[in-house]
Design a binder for this molecule. Structure first.
Ligand SMILES: Cc1cc2nc3c(=O)[nH]c(=O)nc-3n(C[C@H](O)[C@H](O)[C@H](O)COP(=O)(O)OP(=O)(O)OC[C@H]3O[C@@H](n4cnc5c(N)ncnc54)[C@H](O)[C@@H]3O)c2cc1C
Length: 299
């Protein structure tokens, strides 16, 4: 399998326990690498992303059929029953099934100073980091109808919200009035810079000179697929760049599965892990079925 985040690791756990040979190829660049802590994962709340992976690998290592490889999968050839994966280190691995648990990647942010605070005091998901920013003055960098949606969602954590649309916006008069009635000011001026100290945001400065003091930011990052290999091998992809799968992570390409952020619009570690678990079950079912039928044909 390609990708050793929560999705790939949970699939490896399921398959290791099912006595299947697994190679987890992971280059170790998870999307949450910018964060100090992962929240909301039962029994691991909070935990640093690297510690999460360390414990997971330690536990999975008790299943001897699972191997971990630190490498980048570069190209994939073959078909169901015999895939060949060539890596950056020049190794080739063969596998009957393939799982893409490659996550999603953030595109570089185009607001000066935002990268300095991303993962420390600027976040993307209130379910992941809202608790730490509760009852604090927050700036939401968001456009259009999504601004109203985000304000409503985050109002459960704090009522000190300011929206920066970072340029002209298509918010309707009704939407602006609704935000106004809930004491959420909206600023359309482009953001000049996000000022911070050691990763902690202090204020958002707009091009028109407005200064908005705050202790946290939520924004919508632009995302791209963690790897273009699913598409290269023929997997159908959504407009958002995620792989289309069934309930057990199966793609439209025979023998190819995908799980986690790479195959879902819901980006949380526990969801990625659960999708990895389902894909592990899907892969195991196919392998068992094929072995069963082969035995039957042999008699
Ligand atoms: C700033 C931030 C904060 C977050 N905070 C939380 C939180 O508090 N709680 C929470 O539940 N979720 C949080 N998340 C979301 C969570 O990190 C993701 O949902 C989760 O990591 C997805 O797991 P995954 O296994 O699908 O992908 P990832 O964890 O991204 O792992 C994918 C792995 O695949 C590897 N890979 C990709 N292509 C290749 C290749 N070709 N060859 C080899 N390896 C490859 C990558 O390097 C990476 O290691 C946060 C995300 C961000 C960005």
């Amino acid at each position: 399998m390609i990708g050793g985040g929560p999705a790939g690791l949970n699939a490896a756990l399921v398959l290791g326990r099912a006595r299947k040979n697994v190679v987890v190829i992971d280059e170790g660049r998870p999307r949450n690498g910018v964060t100090r802590q992962t929240h909301g994962f039962l029994t691991r709340d909070p935990i640093s992303p690297s510690e999460f992976r360390r414990i997971a690998k330690e536990q999975i290592s008790s299943y001897p059929s699972v191997n971990f490889v630190e490498d980048t999968a570069l190209s994939i050839t073959g078909t169901d029953g015999d895939f060949q994966i060539t890596t950056a280190r020049g190794e080739t691995y063969r596998s009957k099934k393939l799982l893409f648990a490659v996550g999603m990647k953030d595109l570089p942010v185009d607001i000066k100073g935002l990268a300095d605070v991303y993962g420390k005091s600027a976040f993307i998901c209130p379910y992941c980091d809202g608790w730490e920013l509760r009852e604090q003055p927050l700036v939401l960098i968001v456009k259009g109808a999504d601004a109203l949606h985000m304000a409503k969602m985050i109002s459960g954590w704090t009522n000190q919200l300011t929206i920066c649309t970072h340029g002209p916006d298509e918010l309707t008069d009704e939407q602006r009035e609704e935000l106004n009635q809930h004491n959420v000011p909206v600023f359309d001026s482009p953001i000049q810079t996000v000022e911070s100290n050691e990763g902690m945001v202090q204020q958002v400065v707009l091009e028109d000179g407005t200064r908005i003091p705050c202790t946290g930011i939520f924004f919508r990052p632009k995302l791209t697929t963690g790897s273009d290999q699913p598409q290269a091998i023929g997997c159908q992809i959504t407009e958002a760049g995620t792989v289309i799968v069934d309930n057990f992570g199966k793609t439209n390409v025979s023998g190819v599965f995908s799980a986690g952020d790479a195959a879902s619009q819901l980006h949380q570690a526990i969801i990625a892990a659960s999708l990895g678990s389902l894909a592990g079950v899907g892969i195991n079912n196919e392998l068992n079925e094929e072995a069963w039928n082969k035995h039957f044909e042999g008699n």
